[in-house]
Design a protein around this ligand. Structure first.
Ligand code: GLN
Length: 393
């Protein structure tokens, strides 16, 4: 057989998907590994979807950079949030999920051999996106359990000639919300060393009090170098619809449009039209969603407290890192990797998590990621099962 792509040879399978596969094969397992909600999208969205199916006009390709209606909705929503007028024609690109938003951005920004700063732990796609776009990641640790970074380490990474820095805010997998000061520092360094700031803000509406979401692109003078990747998956509970978007300057967006056009032509046309209905939802919708997630987080955290598990309380997103060192110190688990622990947990406890090592560049083996995008009932059931862990503490 001729040699296959060297680039893909360097890419490992998604551990998140692997854990989901094992969980799906295990009868009754509750999947808290792959993060997606188990509740329905808003009714207005479901009604619009039905209408689209019957309408007949939207079943062919959309305009490749996105249905004009949807681009307009996005520009209208984000213009006040960014403190500038976003041009829906030139500065918004609709993609197949946040995943393609990030991939098309990386392909637009990077040349082979370029370096890209990735905070570690990182959402597993970023490492792969860097490799597939020919770039080399430079990892900057977000040090557990507080997930702070050292500004000097970050500056040293920029000094190595980084072309871009990727900031996932709120952060999957650790639940960190970058403060305005941290983002000002990152933008300042990006300006000093002439690099792009690529943000992934798909959890923007899941930021728990007293934390607030700062949009890096809205910081003074930051828009020109900031590329905002986002998605409607989490905000409207439609992870399967695959609708993401990028907001960037016309010059950058032009490149992202090209990458997107040749990667996928476009996101699903009827779904792009249907999701416009979600933009009629007002502040109440976002407030209620946040209140629901706050309750789920609190139910889940108090369950973990009862069991005696240590974790970093998430400031945002629906993910959290839980410390399993106390287990690994016991004879039963001696010498185990976090992956072995997660596999054991699926089979013996009936709850799936993702081994933390999937997200860290550093050799970290004592953390697992759980998500709480589940109904309170499922979360209480998951806690009841996780109680089994107590006997090993
Ligand atoms: N973003 C989701 C997560 O982090 C789903 C990822 C995936 O399906 N690979 O769990």
């Amino acid at each position: 057989m001729p040699e296959l792509s060297k680039r893909l040879a360097a890419v490992t399978d998604s551990i998140i998907c692997e854990m989901t596969r094992i969980s799906d094969e295990t009868p009754g397992s509750i999947n808290l590994s792959q993060g997606f909600p188990d509740y329905d999208p808003p009714q207005v969205v479901l009604d619009a979807m039905k209408k689209m199916a019957e309408g007949g006009e939207q079943h062919q390709y959309a305009v490749t950079c996105g249905a004009p209606n949807l681009r307009k909705c996005i520009a209208e929503k984000y213009s006040p949030l960014f403190g500038r007028t976003i041009d829906p024609e030139k500065e918004v690109v609709i993609t197949c999920g946040g995943t393609e938003a990030m991939m098309a951005t990386m392909m637009s920004v990077c040349n082979p051999g370029d370096k890209v700063i990735v905070f570690s732990p990182f959402y597993e796609n970023y490492g792969t996106d860097s490799i597939l776009s020919g770039a080399q990641p430079i990892y900057v640790p977000l040090v557990p359990p507080t997930y702070q970074f050292d500004p000097e380490v970050l500056e040293n990474a920029f000094k190595q000639g980084a072309k871009a820095v990727i900031v996932c805010n709120p952060c999957n997998p650790c639940g960190k919300v970058f403060s305005r000061e941290e983002l000002l520092l990152i933008e300042g360094l990006a300006e000093k060393y002439d690099a792009f700031v690529v943000t992934d803000e798909v959890y923007e509406h899941i930021v728990f009090e007293p934390y607030v979401h700062t949009r890096a692109a809205a910081l003074p003078g930051a828009y020109e170098r900031t590329i905002t990747c986002n998605s409607l998956s989490k905000t409207f509970s439609i992870t399967g619809w695959r609708i993401g978007f990028v907001i960037a300057t016309p010059e950058v967006a032009e490149y992202i449009k090209k990458a997107h056009d040749f990667l996928t032509i476009g996101a699903a046309a009827p779904l792009q039209e249907a999701i416009c209905s979600a933009f009629t939802l007002g502040e109440d919708y976002y407030a209620e969603m946040l209140a629901d997630y706050t309750r789920r987080r609190d139910v889940f955290c108090s369950g973990l407290d009862e069991i005696g598990l240590e974790y970093t309380k998430p400031q945002g997103s629906y993910f959290m890192m839980v410390d399993i060192s106390k287990f690994l110190a016991k004879e039963k688990f001696a010498g185990w990797t976090d992956t072995q622990f997660c596999e054991w947990m699926i089979k013996e406890v009936g709850v799936a998590a993702v081994p933390g090592s999937a997200f860290f560049a550093e050799p970290i083996n004592h953390l697992i990621r759980l998500h709480f995008a589940r109904s309170e009932e499922s979360l209480r059931e998951a806690i009841a099962r996780l109680m089994k862990l107590k006997q090993y503490l």
